[in-house]
Design a protein around this ligand. Structure first.
Ligand SMILES: [Zn+2]
Length: 155
């Protein structure tokens, strides 16, 4: 049986190692912006990606979502081990529907955005406890009224 090519990419297979693992939400509204930020903003040549609902929020939610957290941790451990990455990049975003649904009630901060950032900081602590990393960075994507996404690094 002959098969016709559906599409041939202009991008080539990446043959060099990567030092970064990125964890971000799978929300369709942010995918193009995330990709652009990672390549043009952070100048990453390549990265391994874990895109799941809520992105890195799962890392600190083990008591509330043990199975979800365990499955995601297995994927993350695999990526870190296989790539040898020592840098993990967490990207949160405005209006995260997963966080609103599953985790917002756990936080006392006033603003929705502040609740997410508080949790991402805990997530970063879990990352640093669990894995041997030299960097675990948090960025937060804020959506303007014009739809433009701005990315802010969180300490
Ligand atoms: Zn989200």
């Amino acid at each position: 049986m002959e098969r016709q090519t559906t599409y041939a990419s202009t991008s080539r297979l990446e043959t060099s190692a990567t030092e970064s693992v990125v964890i971000h939400c799978s929300d369709h509204r942010f995918q193009s912006g995330f990709r652009e930020f990672l390549i043009d903003g952070l100048k990453l040549d390549s990265y391994a990606l874990l895109a799941v609902p809520g992105g890195g929020h799962f890392l600190s939610l083990e008591p509330y979502m043990p199975k979800f957290t365990k499955a995601n941790l297995q994927s993350l451990s695999f990526l870190i081990k296989r790539t040898g990455a020592r840098r993990v990049i967490l990207i949160g975003h405005d209006d995260c529907l997963f966080f609103r649904d599953r985790a917002e009630f756990l936080f006392a901060e006033k603003e929705f955005r502040q609740k997410q950032i508080a949790n991402l900081r805990m997530a970063r602590n879990r990352l640093l406890e669990r894995f041997s990393l030299f960097a675990a960075e948090i960025y937060f994507a804020q959506a303007g009224a014009d739809g433009i996404l701005t990315f802010v690094k969180m300490e």
